[in-house]
Design a protein. Structure first.
Length: 232
């Protein structure tokens, strides 16, 4: 066995992976950060427009920047968290998208970054009620060619499914944001079943008295189809 030749071949394989796959992932990561920045600008413009018509000071219309990977929006009694995942993923081998011409022509198109959209109650965030539940209502997939798709609930579940042909313009970003806001505001808080809350400890009562620290959430009760298939 020629070990020197074997080592050289492996080194060339490593170099190829670094120049192609590693660089590709970094390109996607850099692009996704720029996309989140565009989302931040768009949501602030949208809130400015909403404030022109909603002058009731009791209705929350607030924005908070939490750094390059996250921002939060309080709208009415809801809070939305837009969070960019710091890793780049690949569609699993069973995903039907691999049978599309777009992915068959270039496997790199199957790698993507993800912006997750979570829905919490605004009071859960404001009062730091750490036991309160939030829900993933949408996630945005972004690839190196600036193609995208959205998986989620409400309008997020069907408006943005054409991964092969969809490009992320500022107008589309506004549409995604508006669909997220509509879904969050339309879905109301649902009381938990009586049997789950009929027993309470003195410590919980004291906590409730001081800051209403009772675990609360909308309990939407759904799973994305992709999660059922364990894409990640």
């Amino acid at each position: 066995m020629d070990l020197k030749h074997d080592h050289k071949e492996r080194r060339e394989q490593i170099i190829d992976l670094l120049l192609n796959k590693a660089a590709l992932k970094q390109d996607i990561a850099d692009y996704s950060e720029s996309v989140l920045a565009r989302f931040k600008k768009t949501i602030q413009k949208e809130l400015d427009e909403l404030r022109k018509s909603v002058d009731d000071t009791r209705v929350r219309l607030e924005y908070k920047d939490n750094g390059k990977y996250e921002f939060r929006v309080n709208i009415g009694s809801d809070a939305l968290v837009f969070q960019l995942h710091t890793n780049v993923f690949r569609f699993d081998d069973d995903n039907p998208l691999w049978k599309s011409k777009y992915l068959e022509s270039n496997g790199a198109n199957g790698y993507f970054a993800t912006i997750n959209i979570y829905n919490f109650l605004a009071e859960s965030v404001e009062k730091v009620r750490l036991n309160d539940a939030g829900y993933l209502i949408g996630r945005i997939f972004l690839n190196h060619e600036e193609h995208f798709m959205v998986e989620g609930k409400g309008q997020l579940g069907f408006l943005f499914r054409d991964y092969e042909n969809s490009k992320l313009s500022d107008a589309v970003i506004c549409q995604v944001i508006q669909a997220s806001l509509i879904f969050a505001v339309e879905f109301d808080l649902i009381t938990p079943p009586y049997d789950l809350v009929q027993e309470v400890s003195l410590m919980q009562i004291n906590a409730i008295s001081s800051d209403l620290h009772i675990a609360t959430g909308k309990r939407l009760g759904f799973k994305f189809s992709a999660e059922e298939k364990n894409i990640f």
